[in-house]
Ligand binder design. Sequence first.
Ligand code: 2BA
Ligand code: 2BA
Length: 109
Amino acid sequence: MKLIIAVVQDKDSNRLSEALVKANYRATKLASTGGFLKAGNTTFLIGTEDEHVEEVMSIIKDNCKSRDQLVAPISPMGGNADSYVPYPVEVQVGGATVFVLPVEQFEQY
Ligand code: 2BA
Ligand code: 2BA
């Protein structure tokens, strides 16, 4: 068994959870925050058998889009003036950042 951890954009999270339910996969959604943008994103935990990992990965790929997002200028107030960025910078946020971990034990009580 594997645990798939997928960090996706909030905009894609409903579509992804619907697609997972439709394909009969179980998942847990956690509200999370990106360390860099400090904006909300969604982390999916999906526990599934090894032979289903590929299908889950393609469901994630098909339902999550990468987008450009503007990073607000960093305020010099109370911070280091050297790192002050006076203009918005655009970064590309990926459709999904996915980790696949082995599961040692799985129980449901
Ligand atoms: P939920 O996804 O809200 O599911 C609540 C209950 O609904 C489940 O109880 C199960 O009885 C049923 N259910 C869920 N998905 C289904 C499906 N595709 N078809 C038919 N019935 C379905 P539990 O199995 O005790 O799960 C309780 C909660 O534990 C789940 O809440 C989910 O948040 C988490 N969970 C369960 N299995 C998981 C897995 N393989 N990976 C990640 N999270 C899991
Ligand atoms: P954030 O940390 O808010 O990052 C959003 C986007 O900003 C990233 O998109 C990347 O394009 C850019 N970025 C992040 N850190 C950067 C840095 N130190 N310098 C320059 N640009 C940077 P993605 O790479 O697609 O990541 C989207 C979200 O996935 C991240 O949100 C984070 O929540 C999660 N993530 C990405 N890589 C991760 C990792 N190795 N471990 C844990 N979470 C990760």
